[in-house]
Design a protein around this ligand. Sequence first.
Ligand SMILES: [Mg+2]
Length: 208
Amino acid sequence: MRVSTAWVADGGTGREWVPARLSSLMRPAVFFDRDDTLMEAGSLPAPPPPAAPGDVIDPALVCLLPGAYEACAALKRAGFVLVVVSNQGSVARGGATTAMVDAVNARLADLLGHSVIDAFYYCPFHPRGRVPAFTLEHPWRKPAPGMILAAAEDLGLDLSRSWLIGDAERDIEAGIAGGIDASRCLRVGASLPITHAVQRVLSNAHCC
Ligand SMILES: [Mg+2]
């Protein structure tokens, strides 16, 4: 089942959002995890149940992690398509609606600068949810590669020249399962700040 959770910035105004469109161009992308990669999540106060700690359900709480803005700007200038791929099982658990996830994504896009992120994909499904429509295992849920494959198809991406940056092992597994070389799947954290990860991308990439 396909859900309408993929959006791209309107190339004309940069202020509006339209459904993702097919592209005939094969371009390299950098796939970003969202929570605790680009913005704070686990360090925020826990939201009320049934949302769980780490769920960001209020756009007012969106706060970029250090280096995220500069990282995305540098990659964009280098010609990469930037795609956010995020598990949002809070929807299945009843802790958030898809509209709330969209609002958080829109706030993140705003903070990063409109048109910097080309598309957001998220998976609202979880096999142990409370909301029947979203309670199932789904090929979009990382570590499965569904979001990456869907983005590649929608946006005409060359996965052989693409990268993935995330903070969790499931992010890395999803990238590799999607066909991104393991050396291009970077796990950020204390030992690899996002700024260093981006330097690695830029020093190895000939994307344009
Ligand atoms: Mg994360």
